[in-house]
Design a protein around this ligand. Structure first.
Ligand SMILES: C[S@@+](CC[C@H](N)C(=O)[O-])C[C@H]1O[C@@H](n2cnc3c(N)ncnc32)[C@H](O)[C@@H]1O
Length: 305
């Protein structure tokens, strides 16, 4: 397992050649490529979701204790639909991420024809669309029902019902046999630090991969030479306001590069690489050679495969 803590500038993503290729691929998702829905209805349906507030659909007992983003609908990633555009909360991050996995880590081919990809935490589906345009068959997980439904609607509207399946569920529920030993790639981006148990989560990613498959990880982290995780917790916010349901934060554990590298090894991956970027984000790949057992002592779900 290798580690690179030289922290190259994350803003240099703009110079990644794969980014231009991905921008080109996304041009197929404009309103003149819709299937079975008119551009006007499509636009009305999508823009009608922005800013809606709905905690009931998520089944929460106490909405006041829940993440703003899970209650108030925000679009995830920028999308130019040709006849209109939506600005996403995370800009072009979906494309920068995939370009980073392809160019920085050289761990994701741009041609995914014939590959099965699991996309964890897809928000409104920007990465799913990009991965499908690269040729993949995509299964995506999204724990927030309103986003899972929007991501599936987008895929359906572009005639991709057979190529993109969005499941409204948590990664922690990914135990059905159909998801075991099933994927060539797992995209696990922007999610690890939002989880209460990153070790269990990585084990579930490991279990979902086929032998020879690769997990691609991106996460917020901390700058430290040691093997450390910072506990942030549910009450720490970085921006936004409660009144507008726009607070950012909602993080649990943020690992250092070395801590992430150890977690990757501990859940069973045989090879891997973790790279720290300038903005305290970590990029990593981890390869599964074969399914092996892991240390059972202290596991939060003792019977996890
Ligand atoms: C910060 S966004 C990242 C979106 C996208 N993956 C990216 O990297 O740009 C995190 C997304 O993961 C979802 N999420 C968080 N925990 C999850 C879990 N346990 N299972 C499935 N989705 C989860 C959130 O609801 C949110 O849509």
């Amino acid at each position: 397992m290798s580690l690179d803590t030289s922290r190259p500038d994350s803003a240099a993503a703009d110079h990644l050649p794969a980014l231009d290729a991905l921008r080109g691929l996304m041009r197929r998702y404009t309103t003149d490529h819709l299937v079975g829905v008119s551009p006007a209805d499509f636009q009305a349906r999508l823009t009608g979701l922005i800013g809606t507030v709905d905690s009931q659909v998520e089944g929460y007992d106490d909405p006041a204790r829940q993440r703003d983003l899970s209650i108030k609908f925000r679009f995830g990633h920028d999308h130019d639909f040709g006849s209109f555009r939506l600005d996403g909360q995370m800009g072009e991050r979906h494309l920068e991420l995939l370009a980073g996995f392809a160019d920085r880590l050289a761990a994701l081919p741009m041609d995914l024809t014939g590959k099965r990809v699991l996309d964890i935490g897809c928000w409104t589906g920007g990465t799913c669309l990009a991965l499908a345009a690269m040729g993949a068959e995509v299964v995506a997980l999204e724990e927030v029902r309103k986003y899972a439904s929007c991501a599936q609607d987008l895929a359906d509207a572009f005639g991709l019902s057979g190529r993109i399946r969005v499941l409204p569920m948590s990664l922690y529920e990914l135990t059905a046999p159909e998801h075991q030993d099933a994927y060539d790639y797992v995209i696990f981006a922007g999610v690890l630090y939002h989880l209460t148990d990153p070790v269990l989560a990585l084990r579930l990613c490991f279990n979902a991969l086929r032998d020879g498959g690769t997990c691609l990880i991106e996460t917020a982290g901390i700058e430290s030479e040691g093997s450390e995780c910072r506990y942030e917790g549910a009450g720490v916010f970085h921006a936004g306001s409660r009144a507008e349901l726009s607070r950012s934060g909602w993080n649990w554990f943020l690992p250092s590069a070395l801590a992430l590298r150890r977690m990757i090894a501990d859940v069973g991956f045989s090879e891997g690489h973790v790279e720290g970027l300038s903005d305290n984000r970590l990029l990593a790949w981890a390869r599964r050679d074969a399914h092996t057992d892991m240390l059972r002592a202290g596991l939060s779900v003792p019977q996890v495969r």
